[in-house]
Design a protein around this ligand. Structure first.
Ligand SMILES: [Zn+2]
Length: 216
């Protein structure tokens, strides 16, 4: 039922056949964002080695890209949402292609949190994604895409530098989201080259979440 409800969903994706879903990040206790920052940022020892990545990937996404993304220590981008509650619908079929993203179901107006430290790169609105945010990580290697927002956080602007766990908007149903199923469509892309920076190949976010959704 849910798959049908959410069949109209968001943007271009790689077109490989589905494969088994990736392992998720271990749910052992990790340092908080604050503790990690106090230790100087990246802390590979605290999070262990990267879970195996089994989802389809574009040939331009290399293992060192995935390693770099793992070290970003991403947060589930919906307030109150636990890593253990996530369902991997990255490979779900959407209009003949794979989804290439996760749909995170939450009550309308639940705060959407920045999954990583980032710079807001593009804010726009359209009939598919609705009210959307594209943000780059601070090394401009990855792009985070948030769609179907009810609205942005007041004052959010292109060029803003945002800390992981900060509210950037609110869950909603804009664009082609079913009106009775508020959710955040969250996608990670490797930054595009030879095409728009915000239109790169998708990476399954699920194995890369280290933090539950806790507002910072
Ligand atoms: Zn979606």
């Amino acid at each position: 039922m849910l798959a049908v409800v959410l069949s109209a969903c968001s943007r271009g994706t790689p077109s490989q056949a589905p494969t088994p879903v990736s392992a998720r990040a271990p749910s052992t206790r990790v340092a908080t964002v604050r503790e990690t920052r106090a230790r100087g940022g990246e802390d590979a020892l605290a999070i262990g080695s990267r879970p195996e990545y089994l989802a389809p990937r574009d040939e331009s996404i290399r293992d060192d890209d995935l390693d770099a993304l793992w070290h970003r220590q991403l947060m589930v981008p919906v307030e109150g949402m636990l890593r253990t509650s996530l369902r991997d619908d990255f490979v779900a079929k959407r209009d003949g292609k794979i989804h290439g993203a996760l749909d995170l179901l939450a009550t309308r107006f639940t705060p959407v949190l920045a999954a990583d430290d980032c710079v807001i790169g593009r804010l726009s609105s359209g009939p598919i994604g609705g009210i959307i945010i594209y943000a780059s990580d601070l090394s401009a290697r990855f792009v985070y895409y948030y769609a179907h927002l009810q609205r942005y956080r007041t004052g959010l602007a292109v060029g803003d530098t945002i800390a992981k766990g900060t509210v950037i908007g609110y869950v909603g149903t804009t664009g082609n989201a079913p009106p009775d199923t508020p959710h955040l469509h969250f996608q990670i892309m490797k930054r595009g080259t030879g095409r728009a920076w915000w239109d790169g190949p998708a990476i399954d976010p699920l194995p890369f979440f280290v933090f539950d959704g806790v507002r910072q």
